[in-house]
Design a binder for this molecule. Structure first.
Ligand SMILES: *Cc1c(COP(=O)(O)O)cnc(C)c1O
Length: 384
């Protein structure tokens, strides 16, 4: 059996070496390292893939979030609602811009921001909601857009983990995650579903005026060279990374399918385990996404009940199975983001999830033998 890895970038690279090398070689030959034709080519191809009017590439997913918020003109003191159970980047940029983060609880079943909790958190100062499509599953965007409309709020989708996922509206219409809100951010960190070989990110929007504003912000606030109309930043996707991404983009659907297939095999192996709760998709796909692509399994995350999760993690590690705990501490309990306005009763789900969750290896190269080994070890630990 091949050594099990949390993410197998080498195995994936070996299969696309020729395309990636050729694409990088083009950049080297043209020496157009910054904002070269590769960046524009990738931007165009990603716009077509997503069905979104504007993709604005930038340096990483954290910058993408910050720039999206700057582009919307959010002001110091504006309240921004986001999920308590996510990676810190989301709340970090809110705080950096002197906006007020308002963390709210999530759903126990799909780990995404709770609609009820959003409603409860809205005040006259609320200006935006940032749903994070956690672990590859799109948050309930239809409900979120309804709330936003009612209260005149912006919606910024943090799509770092769900690129390629579909969201299905009640009327059957589908849209790609990251194309539904006013603006979205994504990350091309190597381990993301569409990862480059360094740092990278992008902002998506269907709003022409906002896209124009953002294109200036990523480039020092310049719309005309050496004319600085707004305060900007320097945040670019470099051409080498664009070359990698443009070579990988045609494989994104295949990669997401491979993740879904691995998730389906995991789900099947655990279906009779009373102490394991497997991740879910939509009711229509039963969490296996054969039909709807609602979940692209950036992570495959279990909840374990009546089991010492940390002991399970050590046992798996001892057996050569890497695993992860995303995330071990709710954001509202992180020192940097403590706020006396929070009540523990408002974070019942997150406070429980941080104790129960464990993410198993998930990537495009997992084989049956590895999945069988991983699931048998998990079951052996749980059932003694
Ligand atoms: C990875 C990630 C980010 C940050 O992306 P970087 O490219 O590492 O800056 C932001 N939000 C979420 C949910 C992420 O998973």
């Amino acid at each position: 059996m091949n050594k099990i890895q949390m993410v197998d970038l080498k195995g994936q690279f070996d299969k696309i070496k020729d395309e990636v090398n050729a694409s990088i070689q083009e950049v080297l030959e043209t020496t157009a390292f910054i904002n070269g034709p590769k960046v524009h080519q990738f931007q165009k191809n990603l716009e077509d893939y997503l069905g979104v009017k504007h993709v604005i590439p930038c340096a990483n997913g954290t910058d993408a979030l910050q720039i999206a918020m700057m582009g919307l003109g959010l002001k110091a003191g504006d309240e921004v609602i986001t999920a308590d159970f996510t990676f810190a980047a989301t709340v970090e940029v809110i705080a950096l811009l002197h906006l007020t983060p308002v963390l709210v609880d999530v759903n126990p079943d799909d780990f995404n921001i709770s609609i009820e909790a959003i409603k409860k958190a809205i005040t006259p100062k609320t200006k935006a909601i940032v749903p994070v499509h956690l672990f590859g599953k799109c948050a309930d965007m239809e409900a979120i857009m309804d709330i936003a409309k009612e209260h005149n709020l912006y919606v910024i989708e943090d799509n770092a983990q769900a690129i390629g996922a579909n969201y299905t509206f009640k009327n059957g219409k589908k849209a790609k995650a990251g194309t539904i809100g006013h603006v979205a951010s994504t990350s091309f960190f190597p381990s993301k579903n569409l990862g480059c070989y360094g740092d990278g990110g992008a902002i998506f929007t269907n709003d022409d005026a906002l896209a124009h504003t953002i294109r200036g912000i990523v480039n020092h606030g310049m719309y005309i060279r050496y004319h600085h109309d707004v305060v900007g930043v320097n945040s670019r996707l470099d051409s080498m990374q664009a070359a990698v991404l443009d070579a990988k983009l045609p494989n994104l659907d295949t990669y997401n399918k491979a993740r879904q297939l691995a998730a389906k095999k995991y789900n099947n192996a655990f279906k009779n385990e009373k102490n394991i709760i497997t991740p879910i998709g939509n009711s229509s796909c039963n969490g296996i996404c054969d039909t709807c692509d609602c979940h692209v399994f950036h992570q495959y995350t279990l909840r374990v009940k009546g089991v010492d999760r940390d002991a399970l993690a050590s046992y798996l590690n001892d057996n050569g199975i890497p695993c992860g705990v995303y995330y071990p501490i709710p954001l509202h309990k992180q020192k940097a983001y403590l706020d006396s306005r929070y009540n523990e009763e408002d974070f019942v789900v997150t406070n429980q999830l941080v104790k129960d969750v464990i993410s198993l290896p998930m990537h495009t190269e997992l084989d049956d033998e590895q999945i069988e080994f991983i699931t048998s070890k998990v079951k052996k630990f749980i059932n003694g």
